[in-house]
Write a protein that binds this ligand. Structure first.
Ligand SMILES: Cc1cc2nc3c(=O)[nH]c(=O)nc-3n(C[C@H](O)[C@H](O)[C@H](O)COP(=O)(O)OP(=O)(O)OC[C@H]3O[C@@H](n4cnc5c(N)ncnc54)[C@H](O)[C@@H]3O)c2cc1C
Length: 388
């Protein structure tokens, strides 16, 4: 893998790093340790700065008027963006913006006009509606939300669980069983406006991060046929593709948190004296720091391998699953070791470690649990449908 970055890539990464250190971290000194958002005036000011840097909505391709930053650079940028208190689930508090879901680029002209382009203009935001109370690891079998065609419309009944951001979204991509006979080929993706009659969203589910998730229900919800994204029956393939894409930045964000946690621990180990000597002189502590570095570097290479393959247009599902597994689990170990090095202070809300410790635990389940990532990889290695 040739990872010599060019000057333009280095400049982007350097600018984002400086921005997080000089603009985001100082603001957090005055925020609640579990804060998820900035004061509106700070947010507006920082969005303006990011736009001036030409780095707003980096994932939007140039043909749609965006910066079109390449996948490898965005992977390294994601590692920088998470290096602050809220960075894991609210990277840079969203001031770098993010484009609409990637699947919309392959949608019909109608869907592009009504959802993709408003998303690019920042006027509409979507949510991802896959998991259901019946299970999220194996959506091909678990999805029970049912769509029945009635003329030019579909009548949808069912429920979804764990949807992030559905209560503030304008629309969602909702995965529905449209043919109960066909298994994974019987699932169709619909673009559904959140103000559609029959759509109900509740903030029911509190989890161990500061932000909640939602529960959705659909009661005789009528959705026009032209709101199908992709092919009828092609929803599962779309969802799998979206998840494989997302797993790369999802992984890099974990590395960023590990990097920052490790920096804090290295500093502390040099300052903190016990039994007459700095912690840094103790082999037990040195080994923890070395193990941190090994977890960080291994994670980074695996995430970059996935990104480089995606960028070259090669299959990368195996690599993105491996990145998701290695980075989420590795970052969990790093933060855990750092907390140990800090002792009591590691448990305190004065430091971001306890927040990351909680939030990283979610990462081993969200976007597909570690076991599911192993199933995806095993299928490739053995060329069988294991886990079925
Ligand atoms: C904070 C948060 C945000 C989320 N946001 C969204 C969202 O925006 N949209 C969305 O659609 N979903 C979202 N999810 C749902 C998430 O994707 C699911 O929780 C996840 O896919 C697991 O599904 P499940 O919880 O139903 O667990 P289950 O499918 O019931 O599995 C339970 C556990 O069993 C194990 N397991 C499952 N299958 C196997 C197997 N074959 N072999 C061995 N072990 C196995 C795994 O450890 C798994 O964690 C979110 C979840 C959380 C916690």
């Amino acid at each position: 893998m040739d990872l010599e970055l060019d000057e333009a890539q280095k400049l982007i990464i350097e600018n984002v790093r400086r921005f997080i250190r000089e603009e985001i971290r100082p603001l957090e000194a005055d925020l609640d340790p579990d804060a998820y958002s900035l004061h509106p005036e700070d947010r507006e000011r920082l969005v303006g700065m990011v736009k001036d840097m030409g780095l707003y909505q980096m994932d939007i391709p140039t043909e749609y008027g965006g910066p079109g930053v390449d996948t490898v650079t965005r992977t390294l940028v994601a590692e920088e963006l998470s290096q602050h208190n809220a960075g894991l689930y609210a990277a840079a508090y969203g001031v770098f913006g993010s484009g609409p879901p990637g699947q919309l680029y392959g949608g019909s002209d109608y869907l592009k006009e009504n959802y993709l382009l408003p998303g690019i203009r920042g006027e509409k935001h979507g949510f991802f509606g896959l998991s259901e109370p019946s299970g999220g690891s194996d959506p091909a079998r678990a999805i029970q939300t049912r769509g029945v065609r009635d003329g030019d419309e579909w009548v949808i009944n069912g429920s979804k669980l764990w949807n992030s951001g559905a209560d503030t979204a304008d629309y969602g991509i909702v995965y529905v069983r449209t043919d109960p006979e066909k298994g994974r080929q019987g699932i169709t993706a619909f673009v559904v406006d959140t103000d559609t009659p029959g759509f109900r969203v509740e903030r029911l589910v509190q989890v161990l991060r500061a932000h909640y998730t939602t529960e959705l229900s659909f009661t005789d919800m009528r959705v026009p046929h032209d709101h199908i994204l992709g092919e009828e029956g092609g929803g599962f393939a779309l969802a799998s593709g979206q998840l494989a894409d997302n797993r790369i930045p999802y992984s890099s964000a974990c590395i960023g948190v590990a990097v920052y946690a490790n920096e804090l621990a290295v500093d502390w180990a040099k300052q903190r004296v016990t039994f007459g000597e700095p912690l840094a002189n103790r082999q037990a502590i040195q080994w923890m720091l070395v193990d941190n570095e090994i977890d960080i570097r291994t994670s980074r290479w695996i995430a970059l391998d996935a990104a480089a393959k995606a960028q070259r247009g090669e299959p990368f599902r195996f690599e993105s699953s491996m990145a998701k597994l290695i980075c989420t689990e590795g970052a969990g170990r790093v933060v855990d070791r750092c907390m140990q090095i800090f002792g009591g202070l590691g448990m305190a809300k004065e430091l971001p470690l306890e927040r990351w410790y909680r939030e990283l635990r979610i990462r081993r389940v969200g976007e597909g649990p570690s076991e599911v990532q192993r199933i995806v990889m095993a299928r490739d290695i053995l060329n069988v449908r294991s886990g079925s």
